[in-house]
Ligand binder design. Structure first.
Ligand code: HEC
Ligand code: HEC
Length: 427
């Protein structure tokens, strides 16, 4: 990419930049950092103009490197480079993940000016060391009000195949989702024009917008895009599970870096306990185990009912409250199970404190909800009879131990996802 391309007219530059960024998206979706991409070729996400060093006034407020950290091309292991994972990437063509865009998103994510009384940021409810979730069952908004649901951990949202966000999937895209909390009257309590005005007045933002989008203009669309890029950059691929899978190449095999108990838990998760049919495989009909197309993403396919309650109309009916359809009542999305050991409490209302309680729910506590997913019933037809697993206490412990192998300490402590502000008083 030559500098001359960048100095042409603004609209031409916008179009070309869009094309280049879309190209970068395709490549980064392949995620093969080990491949022989031409480092000086047209695939670099940032143009030379956009990679200009940040001015001193920005660096005095923010602890950022002068060239952006790498978010667009993580060194993903091979199980993340499968056709299944590539097809699950919900990155839209007009918002490719770039290092400069995710850097801007990171600053916005940690900036409390996005809440009415400047008291909380996205990160207040989505803490890095808690898998970008909240250890409280419900979260406190800017003026002490409580959210009605548990804050979802933000992990691998880039790969939620269904591309819909929140427990009830009411946000059609991540770009639409990320500006929801800013406007929510309990969470952050600003209008989008107010948010734009606040961002515009901070001296550290214009250079970051310029690097991310080509000029200094602050718009709510760009705020949404940058926050979505940062969220999509939060990919978890460095857990002990990933290490074991990379070594063995087969999710069914015993992993040499696992304890006996963890391997037993993995076998139960994939087999008899039937967790994988929802949380790993692509939904019914599950392929034969050897043909598992997905060994990387611990998402469910779409919102379903997992038998937490026996009744409909319990106050929060998830998808059913959005669609108005009785058949959707009690159906919820599940966040990724990656890092699940640190993202408690669990379920949309945070009702379970420990993983043992969650597993015991599936073992013996599934309720005969009219919309209970067929995979949790004894029979797909006839009256709803919840399946009972008959797991021993040792089996329950083993599944919990396996879930613990999905904890990705490298991500939870990665400095490139941490608070970039040098001092809270400078904001
Ligand atoms: C006051 C706490 C709070 C704040 C502040 C907050 N969130 Fe959330 N977040 C939540 C809760 C609660 C949910 C689940 C809400 C629901 O489903 O109705 C959620 C859900 C999400 C999800 C959906 C994940 C998924 O898999 O569907 C994303 C992404 C997200 N928040 C990003 C953000 C961003 C970006 C910001 C800052 C602009 C932010 N949040 C600020 C509490 C908060
Ligand atoms: C029928 C599909 C299905 C099956 C089978 C299933 N789950 Fe779930 N799981 C869900 C849904 C849906 C949710 C979210 C429900 C809610 O919050 O209302 C969920 C939530 C969870 C959560 C909490 C996620 C969070 O972030 O709060 C954990 C942990 C979990 N499941 C583990 C398991 C384990 C372990 C098994 C096997 C014993 C299993 N699941 C079997 C559908 C399923």
């Amino acid at each position: 990419m030559s500098r001359s391309l960048v100095v042409s007219s603004v609209s031409l530059r916008g179009r070309m930049l869009g094309g280049l960024l879309a190209g970068a998206a395709l490549l980064s979706a392949c995620g093969d950092a080990g491949s022989t991409l031409d480092p000086g070729g047209t695939v670099t996400p940032q143009s030379p103009a956009l990679a200009e060093p940040l001015p001193a006034e920005v660096l005095s407020v923010l602890n950022l490197p002068s060239t952006p950290d790498n978010y667009a091309n993580p060194s993903l292991p091979s199980h993340f480079r499968s056709a299944y994972v590539r097809a699950s990437d919900n990155t839209p063509s007009d918002n490719a993940l770039t290092d400069a865009g995710a850097t801007l998103g990171r600053v916005l994510f940690y900036d409390p000016i996005l809440s009415q009384n400047r008291s909380i940021a996205c990160a207040s409810c989505h803490a890095q060391d808690k898998g970008f979730g909240d250890p409280n069952p419900v979260s406190q908004g800017f003026s002490g009000g409580l959210t009605t649901r548990n804050a979802m951990p933000i992990i691998d949202s880039r790969y939620y195949r269904n591309g819909r966000f929140f427990w009830d999937e009411r946000a059609a895209t991540l770009e639409a989702q990320v500006v929801g909390p800013i406007q929510n009257s309990v969470e952050m309590g600003l209008t989008l024009p107010e948010a734009v005005a606040r961002v515009q007045t901070q001296s550290y933002y214009p250079p970051l917008f310029k690097r991310a989008f080509g000029d200094e203009q602050v718009t709510s669309d760009r705020i949404a895009k940058a926050l979505a890029q940062f969220a999509r950059a939060i990919v978890s691929y460095r857990s002990r599970f990933d290490e074991g899978l990379a070594r063995s190449g087969d999710i069914q095999a015993s992993f040499s870096n696992f304890t006996t108990q963890e391997n037993q838990g993995k076998a139960l998760f994939l087999g008899r306990a039937g967790c994988a049919v929802c949380h790993l495989d692509s939904g019914p009909p599950a392929g034969p185990p050897a043909a598992r197309p997905n060994q990387a993403l611990f998402f469910i396919e779409t919102a379903v009912n997992n038998g937490l309650d026996a009744q409909i109309d319990v106050g929060d009916d998830g998808l059913g409250d959005i669609s108005g359809r009785t058949a959707d009542k009690g159906r919820f999305k599940s966040p990724s199970l990656r890092n699940i050991a640190v993202t408690g409490p669990y379920m949309h209302d945070g009702r379970f404190t420990t993983l043992l309680q969650v597993i015991e729910h599936y073992n013996s506590g599934v309720q005969a909800h009219p919309n209970l997913d067929v995979r949790l019933r004894t029979s797909p037809t006839g009256p709803v009879v919840p399946r009972r697993l008959g797991l021993s206490a040792a089996d329950v412990q083993a599944i919990a131990a396996f879930l613990g192998t999905l904890t990705d300490d490298a991500l939870l402590t990665d400095a490139t996802f941490s608070d970039p502000f040098r001092s809270p008083t400078r904001r």
